[in-house]
Design a protein around this ligand. Structure first.
Ligand SMILES: [Zn+2]
Length: 345
């Protein structure tokens, strides 16, 4: 019995020596000191041996258990220290190193401008119409005919408008005014809507012109709407968009779908009316086209011009953004150059 215990001690010691890391040591500990270990089984069987031998054998098993436990603990501490050192070394962080940055996107300046315009008009009681009422690929009927644009009008020329190849009378819309027609056909007055979107013109691309750009269209139709309402709404928009009440002027103009028509200028935001290159020396910047909806347009869309009247307006989003942020080349909006886009973050 005694020999057996000493043999266990000897084996355990050799295995403790052989263990090369704390995990292996844990296995040794489990094998020799757990409740199912040989030593503990021996302890449990003490009652079966001759009573006079019990104290000696009992003491010896306890002594060996304790001895092995201490050995294992000592060894365990060595491993722990060593493994911790290795871990610290491998996970060492150099706080002086430059960090890695996660690039974050930003909302495109044109989208920001559209959102800003839309928000101002929403506060004035306008709502955005659904996309299906404002398609970019449009039949001539809604882009021209129902807007009182005569067949021979130069805007219809292929020099100005993109026609879809192989499809009769289908164009890439040249303005967002198609939304007016579709909305009038779709709902009964009162109508108070805005419609932002992309439009296409067959232009020579330059710093001032691109062959597609964005517009926001507006339409207000109700009983008793007058030119005074038009002035009030658009002056309010201009002062909110440019940040303070600014002098504006309404110039007599002509559009096929409005009568009377007015182009609206705002006092130059760069020179405050003195004259500078931005305003070509005039002191004024043209920003909006507008007018009272032509009775023919109302009638064609099923709205009785003897009962209802209204006004419409359209503005170029790029132009408004360029004026506000002093951008001198429209192509910057479409080049996807991060150095430009990040400035609007
Ligand atoms: Zn100026």
């Amino acid at each position: 019995m005694e020999d057996k215990i000493l043999k266990i001690k000897e084996n355990a010691l050799s295995e403790i020596e052989k263990a090369s890391n704390s995990k292996e040591l844990d296995e040794v500990k489990n094998k020799y000191l757990s409740r199912q270990s040989e030593l503990n089984t021996l302890k449990k069987s003490l009652k079966d041996i001759e009573p006079s031998l019990r104290p000696k054998i009992g003491a010896l098993t306890n002594e060996v258990s304790k001895f092995l436990e201490e050995k294992i603990n000592t060894r365990h501490n060595e491993f722990y220290k060593k493994e911790l050192d290795e871990k610290l070394k491998s996970e060492k962080i150099d706080v002086t190193l430059e960090g890695t940055y996660n690039p974050t996107g930003c909302v495109h300046p044109l989208t920001q401008t559209i959102n800003e315009i839309v928000e101002i008009f929403e506060h004035l009681g306008f709502s955005i119409i659904e996309n299906r009422l404002s398609p970019e690929v449009e039949v001539e009927k809604y882009n021209f005919d129902m807007l009182n644009v005569p067949q021979e009008h130069p805007a219809r020329d292929v020099q100005d408008t993109y026609y879809c190849y192989g499809a009769d009378n289908v164009v890439l819309r040249s303005h967002t005014s198609n939304a007016q027609v579709r909305e009038m056909l779709n709902t009964k007055p009162p109508i108070k809507i805005i419609s932002p979107g992309r439009v296409y013109r067959n232009e020579q691309v330059s710093a001032r012109k691109n062959n597609f750009f964005h517009q926001v269209e507006g339409l207000y139709i109700d009983k008793g709407v007058t030119f005074a309402h038009l002035k009030g709404v658009l002056n309010e928009f201009i002062s909110q968009y440019f940040g303070s009440a600014r002098p504006t002027r309404f110039r007599n103009s002509f559009f096929p779908f409005t009568e009377p028509s007015a182009e609206i200028d705002v006092q130059c935001i760069v020179c405050h009316g003195k004259g500078c290159p931005t305003c070509s020396g005039s002191g004024w910047l043209e920003i909006l086209g507008s007018g009272m909806v032509d009775p023919n347009v109302l009638r064609d869309a099923g709205v009785d011009p003897d009962v209802y009247s209204g006004f419409a307006f359209g503005m170029g989003v790029e132009r408004l953004a360029m004026l506000k942020y002093a951008i001198d080349d429209i192509r910057l909006f479409f080049n996807n150059d991060e150095r430009f886009l990040k400035q609007f973050n």
